[in-house]
Design a protein around this ligand. Structure first.
Ligand SMILES: [Zn+2]
Length: 86
């Protein structure tokens, strides 16, 4: 797998499950930059360092960043205006 290629949100289904302890790819996130609402599975995922990044498919803004360090996941959700698990 080429980690420089963008994937979709399904690529981090397991990671999100680990963090939120629930199925999150079907959760609807609202982009803080453009206001578009979409399931996290529809986002654009980059697995490159530093960390794992989920970007808005509409405008490219960073919605979610996960940094895994010392067996802990640090999650930055500042790019999301709202996040609603389904
Ligand atoms: Zn956006």
């Amino acid at each position: 797998m080429d980690l420089t290629d963008a994937l979709d949100g399904n690529a981090i289904a397991g990671l999100l499950q680990e963090i939120f302890d629930t199925e999150m790819t079907t959760a609807v996130g609202v982009c803080g930059a453009c206001g578009s609402a979409a399931q996290l599975a529809e986002g654009v995922v980059y697995l490159r360092a530093p960390g794992t990044i989920l970007r808005c498919r509409n405008c490219g803004a960073v919605l979610l960043v996960v940094i895994s360090q010392h067996e802990q996941n640090c999650v930055d959700l500042h790019g999301l205006a709202a996040l609603e698990p389904r």
